[in-house]
Design a protein around this ligand. Structure first.
Ligand code: FS2
Ligand code: SF4
Length: 546
């Protein structure tokens, strides 16, 4: 195997024997093959689109397939074997249809569009030839992977919008065009850079679509004090990003005597009016994803993983973990999609919870959040006034992800040492590094404003664009906003590309730069966008405040 798609890639270069995330060698190889199959399908669907033929089954298959290969989503070998088989069948059906309708498909098709196999052994053998390292030129490889990871992040957000009934044909078309482009040896590095930038445009679009889906369905997030303690009933812990699952779980647990708590990236569900009305929705339990081994243990009740980040569960609590959607792990129970558009049936988890002890309290108190664009803009006068009087000197966008590495303590220290006249704008699980510190407020405005999940970084961009308008500036970079972003997995890649597309310059990325950026590709990002890494807290704060 060779995988370098996340920030924790082994030795900062890539995992080769087993993922630091726990992904096994055989699973990694099958993920590579599935991506290869998706590229083959995309070659045909892109030609089909040009001929006016759209295949929603393929759109969905590609979106879900991409999502399933994101870090910490699916570790189940059988899942990938089945998807590869289904994908090859789907690919050939689309090809047949094109031939039947007289669409020109050419005769020099890429191998991903024509190879075939039907056994696990053959798939694993195929993996040797189609993995990341199959592209020899390191710059082309770097750009192809950067594009692929951007599209993976895009797929995750598109899927969340899709389950709420929101989709955008142009986003599907771009994902497929991009995948097909990674098989085209005629494309130069410049062509690929252009596609990476275009990916950022669709990154903005997909986050806007998801924002619309979430807020139209569940209302605008509002300022909320979230309880982080526990009650004395059995509970279900729900993690990941899927708000539809959140809704269905709350409905089905109502009146059962079972409480519901969020974990990790589901914390922002507490900010939505539609969820706040449930009296058995207690609050948030625990911290960012990587602490789940201890927190799932002490929670005592069942845990529902709706998306990443799943850590390979310990035997001591494995029987209490349930996956759903594209998440999977061998030996862990899976809640399937509802039939014929019906809701998922969470009865097994609810019945399981009833037999469990209440959670052990690990924290007490409240955290505050809910500062998505609608809420912040309703406070715009106050914020603008604070900037004009100098009460707020600078905003720091510290969005993104958290992770295991010790070096991420930098972010806690950074937040602690920031001057008292600065405000942190956050989104994503990165927030857990500083959302429980007592950083105070500025004239009633808390010094940490949490917009929500990683996709709600879109909210931060909307806020920045609005401030630019209010202050009558020509360029978003003239605002007193600095970007010190922590990344981990591929959704952070699409968020980054979206910010670059919006013209944001001088973003600092840590705790380390992506292993998949070759020196030349990294140089392009530095020269064109002023992207930088991090050094140490003192020097970085000086540099940002200068
Ligand atoms: Fe955090 Fe993990 Fe949000 Fe990422 S819970 S690193 O998937 O998407 O952020
Ligand atoms: Fe390694 Fe990250 Fe890939 Fe897992 S996802 S195998 S940790 S690079």
């Amino acid at each position: 195997m060779f995988c370098y798609q996340c920030q924790e890639a082994s030795k900062g270069t890539g995992c080769t024997l087993r993922g630091v995330c726990g992904k096994r060698d055989d699973v990694a190889k099958l993920q590579d093959v599935l991506i290869y199959v998706l590229k083959g399908i995309s070659i045909y669907t892109t030609k089909a689109r040009e001929a006016g033929i759209v295949n929603e089954e393929a759109d969905r298959f590609i979106m879900e397939g991409l999502f399933s290969t994101i870090t910490n989503v699916n570790f189940d070998k059988n899942y990938f074997v089945e998807k590869i088989k289904q994908g090859l069948i789907l690919r050939d059906q689309i090809k047949e249809r094109l031939l039947k309708e007289g669409v020109e498909i050419g005769n020099n098709l890429h191998d991903s569009a024509v190879w075939t196999a039907d056994s696990v052994d053959e798939f694993e053998k195929k993996a040797e030839k189609v993995g990341i390292l199959a592209t020899e030129n390191e710059d082309i490889r770097s750009l192809r992977e950067l594009l692929t990871y951007g599209v993976k992040g895009m797929a995750a957000y598109a899927e969340h919008a899709y389950v709420l009934g929101y989709k955008d044909e142009n986003i599907f078309a771009f994902m497929q065009k991009a995948l097909a482009a990674t098989t085209d040896d005629n494309l130069t590095a410049d062509d690929l850079v252009a596609l990476v930038m275009e990916c950022g445009k669709f990154g903005v679009d997909v986050m806007a679509l998801l924002d619309k889906a979430n807020t139209s369905t569940y209302g605008n997030p509002e300022i909320t004090k979230v309880n982080i303690g526990v009650r004395n009933n059995p509970g279900i812990l729900i993690s990941g990003h899927d708000l539809k699952d959140m809704e269905e779980l709350l409905k089905q647990t109502e009146g059962t005597g079972v409480d519901v708590y969020t974990h990790g990236e589901m914390l922002p569900a507490n900010y939505y009016p539609a969820f706040k009305k449930y009296s058995h929705f207690v609050g948030n339990y625990g911290n960012a994803w990587w602490q789940q081994d201890r927190e799932f243990e002490s929670f005592n009740g069942p845990i529902l993983m709706t998306t990443n980040c799943l850590v390979p569960p310990k035997d001591t609590y494995k029987d209490r973990v349930y996956t759903t959607g594209v998440v999977g792990f061998e030996g862990v129970k899976h809640i399937p999609a509802g039939k014929d558009g019906k809701p998922k049936d969470f009865t097994p988890i609810i019945e399981h919870a009833k037999k469990c002890k209440p959670p052990v309290e690990i924290e007490k108190g409240e955290i505050i959040g809910g500062f998505a664009h609608n809420q912040v803009l309703s406070l715009a006068d106050k914020v603008v006034e604070a900037v004009k009087t100098g009460a707020i000197k600078r905003f720091f966008v510290m969005a993104g992800c958290d992770g295991r590495m010790k070096s991420r303590e930098y972010y806690t220290e950074f937040a602690k040492q920031l001057p008292r006249d600065t405000v942190i704008l956050t989104a994503g699980c990165a927030k857990y590094r500083y959302n429980k510190l007592d950083l105070g407020d500025i004239g009633g405005i808390p010094r940490v404003l949490d917009a929500g999940q990683c996709n709600d970084s879109y909210s931060l961009a909307v806020i920045a664009l609005k401030l630019k308008e209010i202050f009558g500036l020509n360029d978003i970079n003239e605002l007193p906003i600095s970007y010190n972003i922590a990344w981990y997995e591929q959704k952070a890649v699409i968020v980054l590309l979206a910010l670059l597309y919006l013209g944001v310059k001088n973003i600092h990325l840590g705790p380390t730069l992506p292993a998949f950026l070759s020196p030349n590709v990294a140089r392009v990002l530095v020269d064109k966008f002023g992207i930088g890494g991090i050094t140490n807290v003192e020097d970085d704060i000086k540099m940002f405040m200068a």
